[in-house]
Design a protein around this ligand. Structure first.
Ligand SMILES: *Cc1c(COP(=O)(O)O)cnc(C)c1O
Length: 429
């Protein structure tokens, strides 16, 4: 299979090329040149084998095709259980059992396993640059730690990520460099963009990125939805519907693609925080990217969802059909707090602020008479957002073992000014 750009003015690429490049050279996003026919999928397999079957057509003809099964086994070595919630026919798909306790571990680990193989015969190490406001950097650092031929430089805004997030970013060492930047997340992102466009720097130190537009993160995220939906169908004969908390639309788009490939998923509803560009669009407005606003669900603080271009491609640019296919609802900070406190009090459930937006959207669907079996995607463990969650539930949140292990290691990040030459120097050192 070949991959083309959503903007149609870049040459077609193989999967390996698309994964190595991240963004297409015309600034568009890579998409398959044709969507594969629906797959024969078997319930009961583990996530790794479901993934290998589902992803096979995307890897067909690529140099990585023979390694797909090994990549899947390496990436998907932790579970994503579907558990009942305290309300009938409601479930939670727990995506936070990986090393950094957020769903991004799945995509980051698949990308790292793929990139290590793509780069196997290259002499120069590849440097992955990541600007992060928290979750992405940690997942990428954990996934690329000690991968041969690969180095990660993570930039985060000093003092603007939680202490636990900062610790996670700085605790790896070896081939992972954490830089705390005297500036904002936007400053970090601008520095990374400038480096990626610096041909002179690239000639000395090949660079790539690992953000959520990468096909190597997007495609594997279909796997946990397929695994859950197939098992649910086999056990109950019923179709699973989903609510997905959404920022850049990476996780939600994976569910949408999985359904397009024949995975038995019903409705897919999107939940956002106060960044309401998607709710406004799905309510019939124009697509109007905006500056992001800070919320309690900070990993979803996105004013211009980067994968929206792929969603439009999937619907051939037909916004009327796209609006008819999904709903998107905004959940503000006061409601996030209310949901976390009330679900704990009434049902003993502890949700992270991102998951809480999806729980609220499901509650509203039920209140409007919505039927069927639904699951909310739980995108992070609440222990990652303890400063929000603990005051609301009045007790400490137990830290999962993988996260506790990271937090028990010493951590170190080098300070740098929000200055391009400072970054350049670090990349070359
Ligand atoms: C990244 C993230 C999201 C948003 O995912 P997208 O793929 O950007 O839509 C939601 N919740 C958590 C905890 C995250 O880390």
């Amino acid at each position: 299979m070949n991959f083309i750009s959503t903007r149609n003015t870049a040459p077609a690429a193989t999967l390996s090329q698309a994964i190595a490049a991240g963004l297409a050279p015309d600034g568009g996003l890579y998409v398959p040149d044709v969507l594969p026919a629906p797959r024969e999928l078997v319930a009961g397999d583990d996530i790794a084998s479901t993934a290998a079957t589902l992803l096979a057509p995307f890897f067909a003809g690529d140099a990585l095709a023979g390694e797909l099964a090994a990549i899947c086994r390496e990436a998907f070595d932790f579970p994503a259980p579907l558990r009942p919630l305290g309300t009938p026919d409601d479930h939670v798909l727990e995506l936070f059992h990986g090393p950094t306790a957020a769903f991004k571990d799945f995509g980051a680990r698949f990308l790292a396993a793929s990139m290590a193989r793509v780069r196997r015969n290259e002499r120069a190490p590849l440097t992955i640059l990541v600007a992060t406001s928290g979750d992405t950097g940690a997942a990428v650092a954990a996934a690329f730690h000690r991968q041969p031929g690969l180095r990660v430089v993570v930039l985060y805004p000093d003092g603007r990520v939680s202490p636990r997030q900062a610790h996670q970013l700085g605790c790896f060492g070896d081939n992972i460099v954490a830089l705390r930047v005297a500036g904002s997340f936007d400053d970090c992102q601008a520095l990374v963009k400038r480096a990626l466009n610096d041909a002179e720097l690239q000639a000395q130190a090949p660079l790539s990125s690992a953000n959520s537009i990468s096909l190597g993160r997007l495609l594997p995220q279909m796997s946990y939805y397929a695994h859950a939906a197939l098992r649910h169908r086999a056990a109950t004969g019923r179709t699973l519907n989903l609510v997905v908390p959404t920022g850049n639309l990476g996780n939600a788009l994976a569910a949408i693609l999985a359904r397009a490939l024949g995975v038995p998923l019903g409705r897919i509803a999107l939940a956002t925080n106060a960044n309401r560009v998607l709710p406004d669009f799905f309510a019939g407005g124009a697509y109007t990217p905006a500056a992001s606003v800070a919320t309690l669900a900070n990993a979803m603080d996105v004013g211009a969802p980067s994968n929206f271009e792929r969603l439009r491609w999937l619907y051939s640019g037909d916004d009327v059909a796209l609006r008819a296919a999904f709903t998107a609802s905004e959940v503000d900070d006061a409601t996030i707090r209310e949901v976390i406190a009330r679900r704990y009090r009434d049902h003993g459930e502890v949700h992270c602020p991102h998951t809480a937006t999806a729980v609220k959207v499901l509650e509203d669907l039920r209140a409007q008479g919505g039927e069927g079996d639904w699951a909310v995607a739980a995108t992070a463990h609440p222990a990652k957002f303890e400063s929000v969650v603990e005051p609301l539930i009045g007790r400490a949140v137990e830290v999962p073992p993988a996260l506790a292990d990271l937090l028990s290691r010493p951590a170190h990040a080098d300070p740098i000014p929000a200055d391009y030459d400072a970054l350049r120097e670090r990349v070359l050192s």
